[in-house]
Design a protein around this ligand. Sequence first.
Ligand code: AMP
Length: 208
Amino acid sequence: MNLVLLGAPGAGKGTLAQQLVAEFGVAHISTGDLLRAAVKGGTELGVQAKKYMDAGELVPDQLVIDLVKERLAADDALKGFILDGFPRNTMQAVTLDSELSGLHRELDCALLVDVASDVIIGRLSARRACRDCGYTGTAADETCPKCGGEMYQRDDDKPETIANRLDVYEKNTAPLVEYYRGQGKLKIVDGTGAIDDVYARAKEVLGL
Ligand code: AMP
């Protein structure tokens, strides 16, 4: 399974990826998670990336591409991978295609998690993440249901940044739907409703 997850911020890509990883044992490559870890670790990459992330802008392509290349080459990605939050623009998509062909691999499909924008805004405002394990929950979770860690609101889920992130998505990332449709690789799942229902629909669409 070599999969790209497409969809607006808050569409549920991360949750779906975690479920697929738990069931099928493939690698979860989330550029957002990798970048947040770099920021938390205070690395050079983290320092460079933070200002873009806080503003809801895309981090420069080369920084993100280097991260993904490294993860794709790691042992756990040999069995398969789910890319979550990458590619975010056409340049990244083209680079991914050429990188994979250099590795004699290719994408099976790009799955669009489709959710209407009013639902997205509600979800992002209510979203909370665990500081320790990265679990994604909601404002109703006082502590992390997985590890008991502290739940917090990501800076980029604050109202002033959400609007910009959605703009950036429409301008830069939404065109990838046509890119993958043109390659005959696009599949679409309705991302609304209960988490387990979305997962069941996704597996059906993916033929799993
Ligand atoms: P996410 O967790 O996927 O919503 O990503 C959080 C933030 O990390 C984004 O708003 C961007 O600032 C940055 N980011 C994540 N993935 C990428 C990417 N593929 N290209 C550029 N910036 C990214």
